[in-house]
Design a protein around this ligand. Structure first.
Ligand SMILES: *Cc1c(COP(=O)(O)O)cnc(C)c1O
Length: 677
């Protein structure tokens, strides 16, 4: 029995160098410590025509492999696959000088940059939980995105991420290679697989990763799969997209998966259509469109990829170029991948209701076709262990959260239950303690009101809004109680404006060094990543989200926070617009009136900072009223925490995938009937 499962696996999956590298971890029913049967099942199923499989294409995947479904290996992890130390920049400078943050774990599979990747990871994990016949397509980034290092107070220095794919648990190279045909050359790509197991480990979704770093390729071709979102020139940018689209489609054929639906997560993957359409008549191209779905995540103009016609013509075969020119040329004459995606896909969706409005303004002639499916987060990745335990202890009335996260809505019926009110507060305390112990040397205190802003550094997200008036922060702390602020985020290495925000933040904290840290402690963490994201979204009291409306397509970190009872202080944008009446915290700041998008550079900093401080002061008072003399179980803070959890019933990937199925995929398959689940 045991030997047959290995034989079956090896017949389905041609692992490169199996005997030497992987035979210890794969075999006798086991796949890196997980059962191997689900892999065999999925591989067989994906090859069946009647399954009508979905291929999900994304430039990046944030899978949280360091803490979710972590594979085991008989070989101890190599040093480069462990998380490096992070420095901290704070106004408690003495600790910064002497200590770093040490996380003793496997590095997260470094093939993501931020929110888009985390969404893709959460999506494929949920597809596996739903046992959908699906395959993920991505790229194996040999130096990840980048590692952020602070150069004392002088800003961010991007460093390469060093890691070793061959010894990363669960990641396997295949013998299969594929060829991409261009105008003057061919490129070969190596394929890898990473199985994304379901939460219950009874299903596995293959994620195929494309890799150009093989000896047959020229040096400049090898570098294409080195660094995610490298954009030093338009050739690299273009070729990374060509690798994903062309390579992905060829990989699907090479592995024998009869895919019916091609889902493009962002326009990065749109060349998949071009690869499929080669040699087709106009009629066939039109038919092919029915199989393509496109999800747009970009509300800002700069986010849409554009290339000159020359750039494309220089690289692609004439027929490919003509097709792209036909479907992707905007008024300026440039090729716009968003436009191309909208024209080749039969289904277009935005990622929140507000984002749909914005997209419809940006692309009026597509108005009728632009739908929306609001993003979500994968509950079992983001709910902390203590909160999951809490939910189990109160089932009923909360149903079986581990099978159905939508049952969290029942938390509302526990509003008057004083035991639940106490336990939710205590579970939060346990999460907060975990965060405080990581930052032990900075003496973060569990009974101090803690606020966090952590996300990608981009102008419209207004990273330094809370630091506009430090004196006002001190005043709030004096009036209502001490305050701890944690900040973190990376700016894209070519984003010069982004750098200035990091500099501003470091500079402001530097001026405060060794002053007032008893009542106001500000801590800036280096190298914000998924691991820190989990600790922060579950461990702070208040999650600050202050994008300048309407430029946040959705945002997801707040969704992670509400699943852990973390209260929101946010502007009205992205997903928040759909949750404003849920009592999950306070909404403040500039409100988008609709009709006109405005400029992402206005930003309303002064007025919004002022409102931020007023709101913060009120919330701090409510927070401290919760445990003034003794635990005050009737505190409004606990009401908000419960509202948060109940609202998490909606903003998760289970609800999101139900909507993708009914609004996007099933209509796509309408001639053949609904997707089999
Ligand atoms: C969730 C997450 C994001 C996305 O956060 P937003 O609120 O959408 O800005 C970015 N980076 C990491 C590491 C995350 O975990």
């Amino acid at each position: 029995m045991e030997d047959t499962s290995l034989k079956e696996f090896l017949a389905l999956v041609e692992v490169d160098d199996f005997d030497k590298r992987y035979s210890k971890d794969i075999g006798s029913g086991k796949y890196f410590g997980f059962p191997i049967e689900p892999v065999i099942q999925a591989e067989k199923r994906l090859r069946e025509e009647k399954e009508r499989a979905i291929a999900y294409f994304s430039m990046e995947y944030g899978l949280a492999t360091s803490f979710y479904n972590t594979f085991q290996s008989q070989n101890p992890p190599r040093a480069e696959n462990k998380t490096p130390r992070n420095t901290v920049f704070s106004n408690y400078r003495i600790a910064d000088y002497f200590f770093d943050v040490q996380i003793d774990s496997l590095i997260d599979l470094p093939i993501y940059s931020g929110g888009l990747g985390v969404l893709a990871g959460d999506t494929v994990k949920t597809m596996a939980d739903y046992k959908l016949p699906a395959v993920g397509i991505g790229i194996l980034w040999h130096s990840g995105y980048f590692r952020q290092e602070f150069w004392f107070k002088y800003g961010q220095v991007p460093e390469k991420t060093h890691w070793d794919a061959y010894s990363y648990p669960g990641l396997i190279p295949l013998k299969n290679t594929v060829t991409i045909r261009l105008k003057n050359e061919e490129i070969r790509l190596k394929l890898w697989k990473y199985y994304v197991y379901s939460y219950k480990r009874d299903y596995a979704l293959p994620l195929i990763l494309l890799d150009a770093e093989i000896p047959e390729n020229r040096e400049d071709i090898k570098t294409l799969t080195e660094q995610l979102y490298r954009s030093d020139n338009s050739w690299i940018k273009l070729m990374q997209r060509v690798v994903l689209g062309f390579g992905g489609v060829n990989a699907i054929s090479a592995l024998g998966y009869p895919v019916k639906i091609f889902h493009l997560n962002e326009g990065h993957a749109v060349f998949a259509f071009v690869e499929k359409a080669r040699g087709y008549t106009d009629q066939q191209v039109e038919e092919l469109r029915k199989q393509f779905c496109y999800t747009c995540h970009t509300p800002v103009q700069a986010g849409h990829d554009r290339f000159s016609q020359d750039d494309l013509q220089g690289v692609l075969q004439e027929e490919d170029f003509r097709l792209i020119q036909r479907f992707g040329t905007e008024d300026s004459g440039l090729i716009n991948l968003t436009l191309l995606s909208m024209n080749v896909a039969s289904s277009i969706n935005a990622v929140s209701k507000r984002h749909q409005e914005v997209m419809q303004l940006q692309f009026p002639s597509y108005k009728e076709r632009i739908k929306y499916v609001t993003n979500g987060v994968h509950p079992y990745t983001w709910i902390s262990g203590d909160y999951l335990k809490l939910f189990k202890n109160f089932s009923p009335p909360i149903g079986d959260v581990e099978s159905d996260p939508m049952s969290l809505v029942q938390a509302m019926s526990l509003k008057e239950n004083s035991d639940f009110r106490k336990q939710i507060w205590l579970a939060h305390g346990a999460n907060k303690e975990r965060l405080c112990s990581l930052l032990e040397k900075w003496k973060l205190k569990e009974d101090v009101f803690t606020v966090c802003w952590a996300r990608r550094i981009a102008a419209y997200k207004r990273p330094s809004l809370i630091l506009q008036d430090i004196d006002r922060l001190i005043e709030i702390a004096q009036k209502t109680g001490p305050l701890q602020i944690i900040l973190a985020g990376k700016a894209h290495p070519n984003d010069n404006l982004g750098f200035t925000f990091i500099n501003e933040m470091l500079d402001k904290v530097d001026k405060l060094a060794d002053k007032d840290y008893d009542i106001l402690k500000i801590v800036i963490l280096e190298n914000y990543d998924i691991y820190l994201g989990k600790l922060l979204t579950s461990g702070v009291d208040l999650w600050l989200n202050n994008p300048y409306p309407p430029f946040e397509a959705s945002g997801t970190s707040g969704m992670k926070a509400i699943l852990n009872g973390v209260v929101q202080m946010t502007t009205s944008d992205g997903w928040v617009v759909e949750a404003e009446d849920k009592g999950i915290g306070r909404v403040f700041g500039y409100r988008y009136a609709g009709g006109k998008i405005g400029s992402e550079f206005d930003r309303s900093i002064k007025a919004d900072a002022q409102e931020l401080y007023e709101t913060l002061e009120e919330l701090s008072a409510v927070y401290y009223s919760t445990f003034k003399d003794k635990l005050n179980l009737s505190s409004r803070w606990i009401d908000m925490m419960i509202n948060c959890v109940a609202t998490g019933a909606h903003f998760n990937t289970y609800r999101m995938l139900n909507e993708y199925k009914s609004l996007i995929w099933d209509p796509c398959l309408k001639e053949e009937g609904a997707l089999r689940v």
